[in-house]
Design a protein around this ligand. Structure first.
Ligand code: FAD
Length: 325
């Protein structure tokens, strides 16, 4: 796709917006996979009030997508129409230590910074965030977790700006959390969250965080162009094992490969595009279905349009898969 029509001249109200915006911005640089086409308009709000004003004005028929640190995203080669919102540390990177072992944190912060700040304040319970490379906004949306703890067990409430531009507080229950998913209001942009920890010894917490780092580096391709675990674990199974048994470990397509180190990690070896990555994922789903009769579900969030003539077929059979954008 050569480029989207420029939305900026259609939105005269942008003159009142204090944040930054730009048309036709490449997204491959902002995802861990390093693939994906352009966004029609990228907007980085100055702060929560600026974001609310923007969303109040944005026509309802314009698609809205929020991108965090891009560590769980596969953006297709045709890119994203509408507006892509990215929150920056300037307006959304605050950490406040509250009473009773609580913290209020901005959603643009990387999880690891929050884990470290909690440790420094003698707050335990957030060490698991040391192992997750994304940001707080993505963690709240995905209910990110590892080593037996999930975001939903620590998050008390969050602030969000709704698609209509209202600033709201959502409780943990409002988020309808499940394994690697949430059911909060559609189109809401999370801006900050309060977490509940418990008392701990700073050195002990920092030691456990170091252990997590070592464990990760020996078992996962943490420095690769990847999106982390590709498929959710089906009830009672590990996806990596199902993939391994179906001959998926090390499998390649175009410039993409299923990791040799961790069979549930998809990798861009350097020259892959989103088509290669998604097609390999569907090849693996096909193999696992044929071998085990189990249909793996994507954990990685796929979004955007296929490049013309490069549609991916679900399970590699039937008609081209048009996919949810
Ligand atoms: C090497 C590696 C290891 C990983 N290990 C784990 C793991 O152990 N456990 C785990 O759970 N995940 C893991 N992941 C996946 C990923 O890091 C998490 O899902 C993370 O929480 C995503 O955060 P992000 O900021 O990168 O979000 P993105 O990938 O940018 O977005 C993910 C989703 O969150 C939404 N979103 C992001 N920010 C906001 C916001 N402010 N408001 C509303 N919606 C928002 C996006 O629209 C999208 O739907 C791993 C990934 C990699 C690359």
């Amino acid at each position: 796709m050569s480029g989207w029509p420029d939305l900026i001249p259609q939105f005269p109200w942008l003159a009142d917006i204090r944040g930054r915006y730009a048309a036709n911005q490449p997204l491959s640089e902002v995802t861990w996979f390093r693939v994906g086409g352009p966004a029609q308009l990228v907007y980085q709000p100055a702060d929560e009030a600026d974001l609310a004003l923007f969303l109040k004005n944005l026509p309802r028929d314009i698609r809205l997508t929020v991108i965090g640190l891009g560590s769980n995203l596969l953006i297709r080669d045709g890119g994203l129409d509408g507006v892509v919102i990215r929150l920056g540390a300037k307006g959304f990177g605050n950490i406040e230590i509250l009473e009773n072992h609580r913290l209020r944190v901005g959603t643009a912060l990387p999880d690891v910074k929050v884990a470290t700040a909690a440790a420094e304040a003698g707050i335990d319970g957030l060490t698991f965030y040391r192992g997750i490379p994304g940001g707080i906004g993505g963690a709240l949306y995905m209910n990110a977790g590892c080593y037996g703890t999930e975001t939903r067990e620590r998050m008390v409430e969050l602030r969000a700006v709704t698609r209509e531009g209202e600033i709201v507080t959502l409780t943990n229950a409002d988020m309808g959390y499940h394994y690697r998913k949430s059911k909060g209001p559609r189109g809401a942009v999370f801006t900050s969250a309060v977490y509940q920890g418990f008392p701990g010894d700073k050195d002990d917490i920092l030691n456990r965080m170091r252990e997590i780092t070592e464990k990760r580096e020996s078992s996962q391709p943490t420095r690769a162009k990847t999106g982390g675990s590709t498929f959710k674990n089906p009830e009672g199974h590990s996806s990596w094992r199902l993939i391994d048994e179906a001959g998926g470990r090390g499998l390649t397509f175009g410039g993409a490969q299923m990791s040799e180190l961790h069979a549930n990690f998809l990798l861009n070896l350097g020259e892959a595009d989103a088509f290669d990555v998604e097609t390999l994922g569907e090849m693996v789903r096909q193999r696992v279905r044929a071998k085990h009769g189990i249909e793996l579900k994507w954990e990685i969030r796929r979004m955007g349009h296929f490049a013309p003539g490069r549609e991916v077929r679900e399970f590699m059979d039937g008609e081209p898969f048009t996919g949810a954008v």
